[in-house]
Ligand binder design. Structure first.
Ligand code: ZN
Length: 69
């Protein structure tokens, strides 16, 4: 089981693990505030990334990400 990681940004939800189709890149995101942590970032510290900006910077949409186990 993946340990539950609370969102340090909003404190309202647990982080979900996602994976990009194709590159298999892993990231963590909060469903509540859409904060995003890359796999090598410390999820116990604040992030300044957001899902929408992250996907936009890659020129892709949500359909390129899927929940990872
Ligand atoms: Zn959050």
């Amino acid at each position: 089981m993946t340990p539950k990681i609370p969102c340090v940004h909003c404190g309202q939800d647990w982080l979900q693990k996602y994976q990009l189709k194709g590159t298999r890149e892993i990231f963590w995101a909060c469903p509540e505030c859409e904060s995003l942590w890359l796999e090598d970032q410390d999820t116990s510290e604040e992030t300044d990334l957001y899902i929408s900006e992250f996907l936009e910077s890659k020129g892709i949409g949500w359909d390129h990400a899927e929940k990872a186990m």
